[in-house]
Design a binder for this molecule. Structure first.
Ligand code: SF4
Ligand code: SF4
Ligand code: SF4
Length: 446
């Protein structure tokens, strides 16, 4: 029943090159090092208490999207990977490691929806992270994902943006914005600012308008804010998903330290889900930090604060109905569903909920680094998110034209779904709508 992976084997040069270098001894040693040195009661309890009841199966969008094929169910993925590694005490061959890598990196988004449906609270996402960790230590990682993690380790940002290009991009956006807001600055390295604003690597590279928009909102709200000129500005973390936890920790440390050097009071992170998870859940824990050295909030919380306190007022509301895509990492992971709905109701005329929603929402199938595994896996990803396409189509049939998703990865995943399944929907960040429709008291008269 669970032997279908070879039917769907996808060629990836990163996986294959890593596999070609493996020996049975190396595999056995690495698997056992991870099991004995990095996992403990948690893995054992999750693995050994599963009663194969199957209740988690329909919670997983891969299972639903593949016509209830049990090999895509959470428990099925465990049976095909961790169970065998444990049973055989790491005595497995390279082809089996390829199978493990493909399942853990490309057929699980680590979205943790299944945890909510398991009567025993078993976290399959965690177990797939352990498989990724083993694969990383064996050097068996999808090429595109590894490239991104490598860029981050070499330059402290995932897009290989040089320090002068970073500051040039900020200056360029400041200049652009001054046509609209003559007094606007993007303050660099300001000491003791109330807000340190951090973004993900692709923003200065491909989505510079988001920096312009954030600057305009912060300026209009009269916030005392800054961005750093030094490395640490990129809050993203594909190393968390490749299994390179040492690098994940370094990246979180430099992010916090750059804010500490400037004596910033609070970090506000842009609209990204995985970056937020790397800060509140995984990177900080890996570093052994009980508390954050600097308070950190997601843009959803920050926008809610600006609207509640009247620092930002809307000139008009965005025409509805819109629908809301709940990013797993900020909603299921951090519980910001009410804040998100508050912001949407303040900035949009009306919204229609996708079904299911909030903490039960389906992942876009891009998360967990799956979209970052790149073109070799794109078709597989499209098959894996049919459940999301069905959710979106049902919303569209009720008159929804716009989907709001406060997460970069979700945007990437949803864009692909909308195009592939010809759903004809538009996608927006919260910041897109707030910037376009807020009262602009500090802008030039039109
Ligand atoms: S974490 Fe998400 S993608 Fe992975 S098995 Fe569970 S529901 Fe499926
Ligand atoms: S719901 Fe929990 S106990 Fe049941 S099969 Fe899934 S992981 Fe195992
Ligand atoms: S990409 Fe979005 S929906 Fe998918 S796991 Fe990440 S936060 Fe969740």
């Amino acid at each position: 029943m669970y032997n279908k992976i070879f039917d769907r084997k996808v060629d990836d040069i990163g996986l294959q090159t890593g596999i070609d270098r493996l020996t049975p001894e190396k595999i056995e040693k690495t698997v056992n090092e991870v099991f004995s040195g990095e996992t403990g009661a948690k893995l054992k309890v999750y693995h050994d208490t599963c009663v194969r009841c199957g209740l988690c199966a329909s919670a997983c969008h891969y299972y639903v999207s593949h016509d209830n094929d049990p090999s895509y169910s959470p428990a099925g993925k465990v049976t095909q990977t961790i169970s065998i590694l444990l049973d055989k005490k790491g005595k497995v061959g390279p082809d089996f490691i390829y199978q493990c890598a493909q399942i853990a990196y490309t057929e699980c988004n680590l979205c943790r929806r299944c945890v909510h449906y398991c009567p025993l609270g078993i976290d399959t996402g965690y177990m797939m992270s352990v498989v990724r960790r083993i694969c990383h230590k064996l050097g068996v990682t999808p090429q595109y994902l590894q490239d991104t993690a490598h860029s981050h380790s070499a330059t402290m940002n995932q897009m290989w943006v040089k320090d002068d290009e970073w500051t040039d991009s900020l200056l360029w956006q400041e200049e652009e914005a001054r046509d609209e807001f003559p007094d606007m600055r993007i303050p660099l390295d300001k000491d003791g600012a109330d807000v340190y604003y951090s973004v993900i690597g692709p923003e200065p590279k491909f989505r510079t308008h988001l920096i312009y928009q954030a600057g305009a909102i912060l300026h209009e709200a009269g916030v005392n804010w800054t961005m750093p000129s030094m490395p640490g500005w990129d809050n993203s973390d594909m190393a968390m998903y490749s299994g390179d936890f040492e690098m994940m920790g370094r990246l979180k440390r430099i992010h916090f330290e750059s804010a500490q050097k400037l004596h910033s009071k609070k970090i506000v992170m842009g609209e990204c889900g995985h970056a937020f998870r790397s800060v509140y859940d995984q990177g900080n824990r890996w570093l052994g930090w009980k508390d954050y050295p600097v308070e950190v909030v997601h843009s959803i919380e920050f926008f809610a604060h600006l609207l509640k306190t009247g620092k930002i007022k809307m000139a008009e509301k965005f025409p509805g109905p819109v629908t809301i895509h709940d990013p797993c990492n900020v909603i299921r992971g951090r519980g910001l569903m009410n804040e998100l709905r508050y912001v949407v109701s303040e900035i949009c005329e009306s919204y229609i909920e996708m079904q299911p929603n909030a903490e039960h929402n389906f992942c876009c199938a891009a998360g967990g680094g799956v979209i970052n595994c790149g073109p070799p896996f794109k078709n597989v990803r499209m098959d894996g998110n049919r459940a999301k396409a069905d959710q979106l189509r049902a919303a569209a049939e009720q008159g929804v034209k716009t989907v709001i998703a406060p997460c970069h990865n979700c945007h990437g995943g949803l864009e692909d779904i909308i195009e592939h399944y010809e759903l004809g929907l538009d996608l927006k960040f919260l910041g897109d709508i707030i910037y376009a429709n807020m009262v602009k008291t500090k802008a030039v008269e039109e």
